[in-house]
Design a protein around this ligand. Structure first.
Ligand code: ZN
Ligand code: ZN
Length: 414
């Protein structure tokens, strides 16, 4: 048997987007994630070869977005949690709708999506599976969003692939724990940046800011990812007493979350939060939302979704505010708003007069937390991935491990 371990990133190693990696060990070929960067236009990883198994850590499009494309080429199986499978299916269908409405090439068909969904082998947290002749896969919670996992592979060496992870509790998910391993594939979304404040402090500041906006007669718009962030914000604002409207796909996602309470920190809390919201179902709802106090809506990075309709109406209102809470990828509309005070409305760049503020309610480990996590994993080798600032982590990690920063397409043998 061949005992070497060889890997190649097909994308997403030097950027926070389109993650995909092929790993070959003990005669099995595995594909970790097959994402897309949902920009304008979307970008994809390099084509993937047929593999023995696809491993998917969580539903976010930068990890899952191109999985149906694999099924247009050959039949394969996907190992992931059931909840991730359901949310991913929703996002894949939405990807086709977005491509159609924006006029981009559609990367896969509805039947590819169906096949991908039917090819899921569900795995539960802490469950162990055997791949090939002699590799165990163990699934650990990643604390990033409900259903997100890290994969541990045990063969000659112990390998951990983190996907996206968080080391603090949020309203919606419980934090993850380090896993002892020899080889660590570490995400670095927040490389070089620490989360400056405690979660509770940030949540209070967010509520205080909304209060200020409402008192001066404005509307607080909270753009949020449909998966996890929008539900989390609803939970944060549950007892605030504001008149809140909720728009976008987050509604459907919440329904899926509630079917899998074991992946939530508290399904009761989520249920109570949703009972207090006004849900937008129609244009009439949108009009009412514009007269309310708070609008929670997708997309989180403001590149599409109902948020642009609301902003089109509110862009000249200095009393209103856009309160961002998520990571803003380079070249995203949200990043443009933070840096330049402008938004791209379907190709037309316009100035936004509203107040803009960012609250770092991240679902990722911050810089020091990444280092601390890696140290506690005790690995000999660390491969940095999913980061536009890997340089910031090299020196601190070198103190206790061998650090790799491979490029897209490069084949590395360990
Ligand atoms: Zn993610
Ligand atoms: Zn990610």
């Amino acid at each position: 048997m061949d005992n070497s371990c060889k890997f190649q990133f097909l994308g997403g190693v030097e950027e926070v987007g389109r993650l995909a990696m092929v790993l070959e060990t003990r005669d099995v070929k595995l594909l970790f994630e097959y994402g897309m960067s949902p920009g304008k236009p979307p970008t994809y990883p390099l084509p993937a070869p047929p593999v023995d198994l696809i491993l998917l850590t969580h539903a976010h499009l930068d990890h899952s977005g191109m999985i149906p494309w694999l099924f247009s080429k050959s039949d394969q199986n996907i190992l992931t949690t059931k909840i991730t499978g359901e949310i991913t299916d929703l996002l894949h269908k939405d990807t086709i709708s977005i491509a159609k409405s924006e006029g981009y090439a559609i990367p896969y068909s509805k039947s590819d999506i169906k096949e991908a969904k039917a090819s899921i082998i569900p795995i539960e947290l802490s469950e162990k599976r055997i791949i090939g002749d002699a590799i165990d896969v163990i699934c650990h919670s990643a604390g990033h969003i409900p259903g997100s996992v890290m994969f541990e592979l045990v063969g000659d060496k112990k390998i951990l692939f983190t996907g996206d992870f968080n080391v603090v509790d949020t309203r919606i998910a419980k934090k993850c724990k380090p896993v002892n391993c020899d080889i660590l594939f570490l995400e670095g979304t927040y490389a070089g940046r620490d989360h400056p404040k405690k979660r509770e402090e940030l949540e209070k500041e967010l509520i205080d800011k909304i209060d200020e906006v409402v008192k001066r007669g404005g509307v607080a718009v909270l753009p949020a990812f449909a998966v996890s962030r929008s539900q989390e914000i609803a939970m944060i604002l549950r007892n605030s007493g504001f008149n809140i409207w909720f728009d976008g796909m987050g509604r459907k996602v919440a329904r899926i979350f509630l079917r899998y309470p074991r992946y939530l920190r508290s399904s009761e809390e989520l249920k109570k939060a949703f009972n207090k919201l006004n849900l937008v179902h129609s244009d009439q709802g949108r009009r009412l939302a514009l007269k309310s106090e708070v609008i929670i809506t997708s997309s989180g990075m403001m590149d599409g979704g109902p948020v642009l309709n609301y902003m089109n109406k509110l862009k000249n209102d200095r009393k209103s505010a856009v309160l961002l809470t998520g990571y803003q990828v380079e070249n995203s509309n949200a990043r443009l708003l933070v840096n330049k005070g402008k938004l791209n409305f379907y190709g037309v760049l316009e100035k936004v007069e509203c107040e803009v503020q960012y609250f770092d309610l991240s679902a990722h480990a911050g810089h020091s937390e990444l280092i601390d996590f890696a140290k506690k994993c005790n690995s000999e080798k660390i491969i940095l991935m999913h980061s536009d600032n890997r340089e910031a982590l090299i020196e601190p990690l070198k103190e206790f491990a061998e650090v790799y920063t491979p490029k897209t397409g490069e084949v590395v043998e360990l």
